[in-house]
Design a protein around this ligand. Sequence first.
Ligand SMILES: [Fe+2]
Ligand SMILES: [Zn+2]
Length: 533
Amino acid sequence: MISSSRIAAAPRLLARAVSAKAAPSHAAATASSSPLLCQRAALHTQRGGGSAAKANNNSPRPGRVLERSTTTSAERYWPKYEIPEGASRLVYDLKSSPGGPITVAWTRDFLFVQDSPERGRRALKPATLRDSCACPKCRDPASGQKSFASIEIPVDIGIADVRAVDDGLAITFVNDMERYTRDGGHEMVLPWASVEMALKRRSAKDLPLPRKRSVLRRTGVQYWDAATLDRHVRTIDYDEYMKGGEAFWDAVIDICRLGIVYLKNVPRDEDAVVRVTTRIANIRETFYGRTFDVRAKPNAENVAYTSGYLGLHQDLMYLDPPPMIQVLHCMDNSCAGGESLFSDGERVGRLLWPFVNASTRMAPLADHHIPYQYDKNGYHYFASRYVIDHTEGGGFAGVHWSPPFQGKYLSAAKDLRPWIEPARIFEGLINDESAVHSRKMEAGECVLFDNLRTMHGRTAFDVGSGGSRWLRGAYIAAEDFLSRASYIPAGQAEAYRGPEEWTPEGAQQELRQTAWHQEVLDKVRRLDPSVAE
Ligand SMILES: [Fe+2]
Ligand SMILES: [Zn+2]
């Protein structure tokens, strides 16, 4: 269950119909004691004539079992459980969500929540409800952790009574766990947000969870080419960032929105990168160490530790999952060359996404697995990734591009050829001069970027003619970054986004309206003229 404090539900009781023998006196007393039940309207006409016993036996009747082939997803999702005639019921106006009044009804075996007739109903199960109780008896207030085990719940637990309170539906159980029924008994509150979830008025994707989509919904996303990033990118003062206030959250927001932010005035000591990184979250240690040094050295264990040009790529694609945030602190960059390069890989991935689906010539970007591998010095990692990845549901999931770190195919029976031409398009788009943001970082600067979105690279540098280049780096895993990002203060998170919540679907539509879309379309058509607008 989620906290109900994030919704402003002010449910209004529209009607109450209590079955003749379903504890009417208790229900009436509690109903009238709640300040929310301001409008006790006339009873609904579905008053049950049956006894409580009849109501209890009246378990929901699953609808006619349809042939699997003819069952729609809506029918599978909304089993045709009827609310028994004798069941107690309440009708509420949930002001927090549009869609009209809802009906709450219960028998011993089920708590029904019913939307309008077209939208269906759900039968919530007592054991599952009981298991989710978040009251101080059931969850330790300090840790939030459960004080009972799910296996302790009696299998014949049932619903005793339901009433509405400010935060949701207060539920008492019959046959509750014995140790909870002593000392004043036990009542759980099912938050209104959970009722809305059950009714599908709220999607799990919209919950304030530490999930990328949930965080981005609040911060929004600004896709960028070099010119766009120049207008938006920020360089935040280290001291302000370390204080943890507005400047710190601005940095977190920029990582979410833009996938990149800089810090300046970072002290030139070897621990600074640890302080910058752990200000956000714990470090994701890898076999390169808790931190790593990017500087040219002989017999380097990574091509980054040479002085050559390093094309745009993402780090550690052979780990699963690869770390999300990369922090690079510039200790020294006094040599010639060595400019940092960045490009918004997700912008390109999303621009190509419609064509990957529409064109068989483009499809290999999303269905040809590229092997990534590290097998040296006693370490062996391997992972296969698509250039443009999709979710289980078939939506855009991200990009993977890291040519220097590709591994070997397990078998050359697999044909690489169909992948090469669409991959050249991808490569051309991320490396286009207009796409690449470059910055010669100075000592005391630090860059934080989203390794799962923002490609990075660097130009070659020359230490032979004086000066040197030394960056110190560290990573943060996605779950640790998103844990922190889920706490971006309300108001500040939304400040740059505008009034609309971000959605992946909206992002795709928005990108389609850009000049970028036309450029990508032209390039795709050169490969596959059959692609439509
Ligand atoms: Fe790298
Ligand atoms: Zn409880």
